[in-house]
Design a protein around this ligand. Structure first.
Ligand code: CIR
Length: 256
């Protein structure tokens, strides 16, 4: 169960966010704000208390708070993002995280280690960590060592085609994952019940489970139907403006 979430309002500089899909155009900030309102409402509907942080114009991608920390039942792990324009974001998140975690339970990924929270998928007390262009082997080594210190475990998942691990695979509890692309045949996920996502809906393999409900992005009917058929309650939230800068549902919050 999650009791809390932290989000940060998108800033006007989001139009300068990092993107691999410039052909989708620039985010419309007014629409992005409306979608963010809907996202917060969905989180609250799932029963979590939402801490809403002010926009931070210094960091175009700062609404994607998931990349700045991994908040577990036992500790908070502050990340070290690889992207230069995002390096300062974790520091800006610290005051909010300190409201929930004692100092001795706050740990840090340090250079030369890099790690972004989008690469971390929690399944109970085990964490899958994508080794990507953003998260390196040293970051994973440090992360697993911190997990072990707090009685949890982790394992690396090398990836090659998507931005972050959770761009392509999401754990939605009950031993179930949504998988797309390079993760469909990955034996690491073979013991899970797998919902396979087709290439034309791959963006929707990033869904968020909160307290029995799965939040699904708008516009992906096959994924929505598969999640419903599997027995979950669902809430649909439109994230079209965030997709333009490679952001998905999970990136927009820290849930703990
Ligand atoms: C970036 O490239 O860092 C942002 N434009 C998107 C971050 C998405 N975050 C995530 O998947 N956790």
């Amino acid at each position: 169960m999650f009791t809390n979430a932290i989000v940060r309002r998108p800033c006007r500089a989001i139009v300068h966010g990092i993107t691999s899909s410039p052909e989708l155009g620039k985010p419309d900030i007014e629409l992005a704000l409306k979608q963010h309102d809907d996202y917060i409402a969905a989180l609250k509907q799932c029963g979590v208390k939402v801490t809403v942080l002010e926009p931070d114009e210094a960091y175009p991608d700062s609404c994607f708070v998931e990349d700045t920390a991994v908040l577990t039942r036992k500790c908070a792990i502050i990340t070290n993002p690889c992207a230069d324009s995002r390096k300062g974001e974790p520091l800006e998140m610290l005051p909010a995280i300190r409201r929930f975690y004692e100092e001795e339970t706050i740990e840090y990924i340090k250079a030369p280690g890099t790690l972004e929270g989008g690469d971390v998928m929690m399944a109970g007390d085990h964490f899958y960590i994508g080794q990507s262009n953003r998260t390196n082997a040293e970051g994973i080594r440090q992360f697993i060592s911190i997990l072990n210190k707090f009685g949890m475990t982790g394992s690396a998942v090398p990836l090659s085609t998507v931005l972050h691990l959770k761009t392509g695979v999401s754990y939605i509890e009950n031993n179930t994952v949504l998988v797309s692309g390079e993760f469909i045949d990955d034996t690491r996920f073979a013991s899970f019940k797998r919902i396979t996502v087709a290439p034309d809906e791959a963006y929707a393999s990033n869904c968020v489970w909160i307290n029995g409900t799965v939040i699904v992005p708008a516009g992906y009917p096959n994924v929505l139907n598969a999640v419903k058929t599997t027995g979950y309650k669902t809430i649909v939230v439109d994230t079209s403006e965030y997709r333009k800068v490679d952001g998905g549902l999970s990136c927009l919050s820290l849930r703990f």
